[in-house]
Design a protein around this ligand. Structure first.
Ligand code: SF4
Ligand code: SF4
Length: 223
């Protein structure tokens, strides 16, 4: 899942200061699951923005909470059209993709990101999410026992460990287990320590960032 966290209410209030009717649109997929942009967060933000406007003494604000199943697909945004009648701006509680799909679907409206899109990962404890993948475009988990050194080693080492781990904790961030210790333990458990003996070549980072946006075309499903 994609994980995000809310931008401060004061910041968002400032962003929509010129407007009197603003839609706050949540996303019921990743951002709902990470408690950043679900129904509850959307309603709370809308109410907070209205209160802020009242307290700050500006023109009255109508902040309308709405939700869609996924902001990152136009077909889910289409039905919003009638609810956006008279709306001047949108605060998106979707990830950065959702924000940009809203821009594409409603080009006449000003769209503000209500969240910071942080990582691709998952929950590891109540209220704690960790990054598990950097979207490098060439997955090497088959060589590392299913543990990603690109995302989970603080130095992103492909040929670890760096030698600095102390009692299995990362020398850069002792809160985290050393990813390469985890990789070693897992390869050992499966009798695959041979995998550690092969040196991995430098990664082709063009696959991760490339020239402009990455693109996937699947001919078999293309119209
Ligand atoms: S190797 Fe690349 S694609 Fe695979 S989990 Fe790590 S960052 Fe993601
Ligand atoms: S201690 Fe382990 S996780 Fe931390 S930087 Fe070194 S190899 Fe990577």
């Amino acid at each position: 899942m994609i994980v995000g966290k809310a931008k401060p209410i004061a910041f968002l209030a400032e962003q929509v200061r010129p407007y009197r009717r603003v839609a706050v649109i949540g996303c019921q997929s990743c951002m709902a699951v990470c408690l950043a942009g679900g129904d509850k967060e959307t309603r709370v933000l809308a109410k907070a923005l209205e209160l802020e406007r009242r307290v700050s003494g500006g023109s009255e604000l109508a902040a309308l909470p709405m939700a869609v199943k996924r902001q990152c697909e136009l077909e889910y945004l289409e039905p919003l059209k009638s609810s956006l009648e008279g709306v001047e701006a949108i605060i998106s509680l979707g990830c950065g993709v959702g924000v940009q799909y809203l821009v594409a679907a409603f080009p006449e409206l000003w769209v503000v990101p209500g969240l910071d899109t942080l990582l691709v990962g998952g929950p590891v404890a109540l209220g704690v999410w960790e990054e598990y993948c950097r979207l490098c475009g060439e997955c090497i988990l088959y060589l590392t026992g299913g543990i990603c050194p690109v995302a989970r080693c603080a130095k992103g080492l492909l040929n670890g460990p760096c030698g600095g781990a102390v009692e299995g904790r990362c020398e850069v961030n002792p809160e985290l287990p050393c990813a390469w210790v985890l990789i070693y333990q897992r390869l050992q458990r499966f009798g695959r320590l041979d995998l550690l003996r092969q040196l991995l070549p430098p990664k082709n980072w063009q696959l991760a960032s490339g020239c402009g946006p990455k693109k996937l075309v699947r001919q078999e499903v293309k119209e």
